[in-house]
Design a protein around this ligand. Structure first.
Ligand code: GRF
Length: 206
C-alpha cells in the first residue's frame, strides 16, 4: 500500500474472533497502519461481532438465508465492503467458501488463515485430519484466497509440533497461539507494500 493513509480492512467472521481481536490489538498498539473498516458475520451469534462493536467497529450481521445462492450473497457482501471503502478483505474464521464474485472484486487482496500447513489438510477439521494422518508437525498458513478451498498463494506459515497425546482441542489451542502472530504479520507485510505475487509464489520484499 502506498502513501500514509491507513489500509481499510474488511473482516469476515463466523465465530469467536480471537484473530480479529489480535488484528485490532496490533492496530491499537500502532504496529499495523490499518483500520478495521467493518466486520461482517454470517452468524448473528458470533462473539466476534461483540469484539468489533466494543471497539466502535461497525459489526454487521449478514446471513445467507436472505439470498438464493452463494453468488448473490457474495454480491451483497462486496457491496457492503464497497460502502466502507475496504481495500483488503480478511477471512478470520469465516466458515464459508467464497465465489468468483468476491475473488474477482478483490484480486490478490483477500487473506485467509488455515489451521494446518497447506497444502496438507485443507477444508474442515484440519487439526483432526493432521492427527488422524499422524504427522509430527502441523501449524497454520496465511494465504491469498482464490476460488478453491485453501488453495491460494501462501504468504506465511508457522510450525507447531504435534504431541503424542494431542486431542483436536489441545492441538487447536496450540495452533491458535501462533495464528495470531502469523496472521497479523502477513497483514502488516501487505499494508507496508512488502508482498509481491509471482504466479503461485509470494515474494517478500525488504
Ligand atoms: C481459526 O482457528 C482459523 O484457523 C480458522 O478459524 C478459526 C477462527 O478462530 N480458519 P477465531 O474466530 O479467530 O477465534
Amino acid at each position: 500500500m502506498a502513501g500514509n493513509a491507513l489500509c481499510r480492512l474488511g473482516v469476515l467472521v463466523s465465530g469467536s474472533g480471537t484473530n480479529l481481536q489480535a488484528i485490532i490489538d496490533r492496530i491499537i498498539a500502532g504496529e499495523i497502519r490499518a483500520e478495521v473498516a467493518c466486520a461482517i458475520s454470517n452468524r448473528a451469534d458470533a462473539y466476534a461481532l461483540t469484539r468489533a462493536a466494543r471497539h466502535g467497529i461497525p459489526a454487521i450481521v449478514h446471513e445467507q438465508t436472505a439470498f438464493p445462492d452463494r453468488r448473490s450473497y457474495d454480491e451483497a457482501t462486496v457491496e457492503i465492503f464497497r460502502c466502507y471503502s475496504v481495500e483488503l478483505v480478511i477471512l478470520a474464521g469465516f466458515m464459508r467458501i467464497l465465489t468468483d464474485v468476491m475473488v474477482d472484486a478483490f484480486p490478490n487482496a483477500i487473506m485467509n488463515i488455515h489451521p494446518a500447513l497447506l497444502p496438507a489438510f485443507p477444508g474442515l477439521h484440519a487439526q483432526q485430519q493432521a492427527l488422524d494422518y499422524g504427522v509430527l508437525f502441523s501449524g497454520c498458513t496465511v494465504h491469498f484466497v482464490d476460488c478453491g478451498t485453501d488453495t491460494g498463494p501462501i504468504i506465511l506459515q508457522s510450525v507447531v509440533p504435534v504431541e503424542q497425546d494431542d486431542t483436536e482441542e489441545s492441538l487447536t489451542s496450540r495452533i491458535q497461539q501462533v495464528e495470531h502472530q502469523t496472521f497479523t504479520e502477513a497483514i502488516k507485510l501487505f499494508v507496508e507494500g512488502k508482498i509481491q505475487i509471482e504466479g503461485r509464489k509470494v515474494r517478500r520484499l525488504p
